[in-house]
Design a protein around this ligand. Structure first.
Ligand code: ARG
Length: 461
């Protein structure tokens, strides 16, 4: 046979060289080289296990570890030459290893396949990224707790339908954000349980005939256990989909915070002052201070949910076991991790510098008849049926609107015109302070309750 492409992977099988475009089209080294550290970590564990089981000699194992250590230094220094001819991160590293140490390098792939290798690399990579994401998430949670503590009794309007509904404390509002993030952190940790399982040993799809010890490899790599089914191990990416789903929820939460920060920093709300360092001006309108960071974060929620769709569609219709389709999992996954880390970091940096405009918040709650429900509740306590109370207070609000006054600014005589049940003590309930203080059950907005919620949250972190 002539015409054999000696550089081609599994070359002996092929009589023709790969089409030049196909070579580029099918290669993944441009992006999967990001997993080089994990690939080396996995290979060192694999070689160690092979020697432990007597499949490699100790000398071969040591040569492999020495070679891989050198490669990781070359990569760190930017000296490593990545070649598209070697298709992906795995083949690039293995080829270089054989250059460096000779025949022992060719033995590294004993009892494994790139299929279980790549699944292992991704899981190691994600395990690391989940740690980094969690650290940023925790920083953000602490920032929110600190701000909530400063504002446990700062009164603002609470909204439904973006219309003033009832007075709340700003600390309570912030703690709602905190709760969302706490669930996100929990989901990440739960997802980690399913990420942290070892595929190596599944080989191409059916396992291997070598007397390997998968528990040993799992132990060496810090995985909780070896995977239970070789076909499943090399083919499913549900753990990656799950991670991206968790990431999508985080981004949707950040997007909702962003929307509020953007609204609140507008002249129309004017509830907060965003730190200058997190805003930019306009090239044409000199007065502008734009909330770029929240806007960008809100926008970036689109790419992460898009990545989730990509991964779901990637998986759909794949027959068992490994298919090349799976090479497409990496870019959405890397992008998800990067986006999460950057957005959480930006938020964790920004939140401590947020300044609440307490007077504006207070006045806005006052203007919106936020204590109307409190007046109705007052009448109910005095014996009126809730529906009748609702009606009576509706009339009182109408008088307030017509005369441009808050309920607390109506006179006792005027209020008594709506119900004879009303007495002097009504004013204790019509004030914003009275309204929030009354909601002191668990989960309520009363300052003392918010303080307790913050303390409980701190203990749980
Ligand atoms: N680059 C491939 C991937 O990302 C590695 C596995 C290739 N395996 C194969 N049999 N072609 O999935």
């Amino acid at each position: 046979m002539t015409n054999i492409n000696t550089e081609k992977l599994s070359s002996a099988r092929f009589a023709e060289a790969t089409d030049a475009f196909v070579e580029v089209f099918t290669a993944s080294v441009d992006f999967d080289q990001r997993m080089a550290a994990q690939d080396i970590q996995g290979s060192i564990a694999h070689a160690t296990m092979l020697a432990y089981c007597g499949i490699l000699t100790e000398q071969e194992r040591d040569d492999i570890i020495r070679g891989l250590t050198q490669i990781s230094e070359e990569i760190a220094k930017g000296e490593f030459v990545w070649s598209i001819k070697q298709e992906d991160v795995h083949m690039n590293i293995e080829a270089r290893l054989t250059d460096l140490i000779g025949i022992a390098g060719k033995k590294l792939h004993t009892g494994r396949s790139r299929n279980d290798q790549v699944a292992t690399d991704i899981r190691l990579y994600m395990r690391h990224e989940i740690q980094v994401i969690t650290a940023q998430l925790t920083r953000l949670q602490h920032a929110i707790l600190n701000l909530a503590e400063q504002h446990f009794d700062t009164i603002m309007p609470g909204f439904t339908h973006l219309q003033v509904a009832q007075p709340i404390t700003f600390g309570h509002h912030l703690m709602a954000w905190f709760e969302m993030l706490s669930r996100d952190a929990e989901r990440l940790q739960d997802c980690l349980k399913r990420v942290n399982v070892l595929p190596l040993g599944a080989a191409a799809l059916a396992g291997t005939s070598y007397p390997i010890d998968r528990y040993k490899t799992a132990e060496l790599l810090g995985f909780s256990r070896p995977s239970a089914n070789s076909l499943d191990s090399v083919s499913d990416r549900d753990f990656a989909i799950e991670f991206t789903a968790v990431g999508s929820l985080i981004m949707i939460h950040l997007s909702r915070f962003s929307e509020e920060l953007i609204l609140w920093s507008s002249a129309q709300f004017d509830f907060i002052d965003m730190p200058d360092a997190f805003c930019t001006g306009s090239s044409i309108m000199p007065q502008k201070k734009n909330p770029d960071v929240p806007e960008l974060v809100r926008g970036k929620s689109g790419r992460v949910t898009g990545n989730l769709m990509s991964l779901l569609m990637l998986m759909k219709s794949q027959p068992l076991a490994y298919n090349k389709d799976n090479q497409e999992d990496k870019e959405p996954l890397f992008d998800t991790a990067d986006t999460l880390i950057n957005c959480l970091r930006a938020y964790a940096d920004m939140i401590p510098h947020l300044r609440a405009k307490k007077d504006n918040m207070y006045n806005s709650a006052k203007r919106g008849f936020a204590t109307a429900t409190d007046l109705a509740d007052y009448l109910v306590r005095k014996g009126m049926a809730f529906r009748d109370a609702h009606e009576a207070v509706g009339l009182a609000v109408r008088l307030g609107v017509d005369t441009n006054r808050d309920l607390s600014e109506l006179s006792l005589e005027e209020l008594q015109g709506f119900s004879v049940l009303i007495t002097e003590d009504v004013f204790d309930y019509l004030t914003l302070e009275g309204s929030v203080a009354a909601r002191k059950h668990i989960g309520g907005t009363a300052p003392e309750t918010v303080k307790a919620a913050i303390a409980t949250a701190r203990l749980a972190m």
